[in-house]
Write a protein that binds this ligand. Sequence first.
Ligand code: FE2
Ligand code: FE2
Length: 132
Amino acid sequence: MPFCEFTDDLRVGHETIDHQHAALYEAVNRLNDALKAGRSRQEMADILGFLRSYTVDHFQAEESLMRETGYPGLEAHHALHAELVRQVLELEEKYTAGTMILSIMTMHFLKDWLTHHIQDEDRRLAAYLRTM
Ligand SMILES: [Fe+2]
Ligand SMILES: [Fe+2]
């Protein structure tokens, strides 16, 4: 069983957003698999780098949709995105520099953040996009 499964209840009903969320879950699973398998620091750093860049791209895609449609919650939603990107960048930097290890706690943090954000902010955004 995967570490985090992109189940139907996580779908917000917007094709692009759902597709990108599923890919994010996949990347988190890849990172978790690599962690469990004791992969090399380089391999882990590569997966972490992919996860960071895909996350940035996904957040930009959502924020473009918000701007195009005049979403009233843009600023608050953007602030949450920016804070996660900051944390992931810090994690990546420290991990690459060898001053931090990746733990199961970090994996749970990523999984929980994504899940709560999707169920709350992204669901609200998708509901708004449907009214456009
Ligand atoms: Fe999202
Ligand atoms: Fe979001």
